[in-house]
Write a protein that binds this ligand. Structure first.
Ligand SMILES: C[S@@+](CC[C@H](N)C(=O)[O-])C[C@H]1O[C@@H](n2cnc3c(N)ncnc32)[C@H](O)[C@@H]1O
Length: 267
């Protein structure tokens, strides 16, 4: 029988793959893979792989002669990733302490993980260590909340109804939006040829309720915030009005969600 904690993590990851991946993360996988200039036959590591949307895109590009590893600390994410793509080498671990030898990858990629690492510069040092000389890094992070008005509106609603802890949990994905702060992380680490491009894509959730419930019941608990049911009901009630500017006739919620893609190489 599966341990109840692991089962809860698998359930969380299954919901993440079903709702968040198509709405927010899937569109970025081909962009990050293209920025990383993935070639057939390469060895590629996807850090903070989650359920593996980027690793799966990379696996298509490296082909049967290549090798793809996906790393994440969450066993639920890895269980779902393994079910979806058993041929990828899924490994448990953190970005700050990569379980791989020096110079073992041609390319390292990571999308929407860097903001959650406890020591971002240590993670970037580790990425450099496992790259071969001439190897390439491509990392995506969300632009700032100011440049993502739909989420800014949801954060304001959370702050008003549920308080600062809940609001801060939803601010967390956007904390590396400042390009100076983001590129500053790479200072003096030994990378060369740093580039940053800010690109836009449309996020799309099937309904206001689906989006807000995913954030409140799916995301906030990961950040340690569990709201009472009465507050959730109030938030869901008010969300229809908050998201009205982004809601189409079919009820779907669509909005710009820009992100920064940083690339660099190991000399
Ligand atoms: C928003 S998800 C992104 C997942 C995936 N890259 C995608 O595009 O769907 C962030 C991921 O970062 C992982 N994560 C959090 N802290 C980490 C760390 N210190 N090292 C590696 N991954 C971490 C989480 O487990 C989670 O799977």
């Amino acid at each position: 029988m599966t341990d109840p904690l692991l089962q809860a993590q698998i359930d969380g990851a299954t919901a993440y793959e079903a709702l968040f991946v198509p709405a927010l993360f899937q569109p970025w996988a081909p962009r990050v893979a293209t920025a990383a200039k993935i070639q057939p036959g390469q060895r590629v590591l996807d850090i903070a792989c989650g359920t593996g949307v980027l690793a799966r895109e990379v696996a298509l590009r490296v082909g049967s002669q290549g090798y793809v590893a996906g790393l994440d600390p969450d066993p639920g994410m890895l269980t779902v990733a393994r079910r979806l793509a058993p041929d990828i080498d899924w490994q448990a671990g953190t970005a700050e302490s990569l379980p791989f030898p020096d110079q073992s990858f041609d390319v390292v990629v990571s999308q929407f993980g860097l903001m959650f690492f406890t020591d971002r510069q240590q993670a970037l040092r580790e990425m450099l260590r496992v790259l071969v000389p001439g190897g390439r890094l491509a990392i995506a992070v969300w632009d700032s909340l100011d440049n993502t008005p739909a989420y800014a509106a949801e954060v304001a609603m959370l702050e008003r109804i549920a308080g600062p802890q809940a609001a801060n949990a939803l601010r967390a994905p956007f904390v590396l939006g400042d390009t100076g702060v983001l590129t500053g992380l790479f200072d003096h680490l030994g990378y060369q040829g740093l580039t940053l491009s800010t690109e836009s894509d449309l996020a799309r959730f099937p309904s206001v309720r689906a989006m807000v419930e995913a954030d409140i019941r799916g995301w906030l608990p990961i950040m340690g915030v569990i709201l009472p049911e009465a507050q959730i009901a109030q938030l869901l009630g008010e969300a229809e009005q908050v998201f009205a500017p982004y809601t189409g006739e079919d009820g779907a919620v669509t909005f710009d969600s820009p992100a920064h893609i940083v690339t660099a190489t190991r000399p």
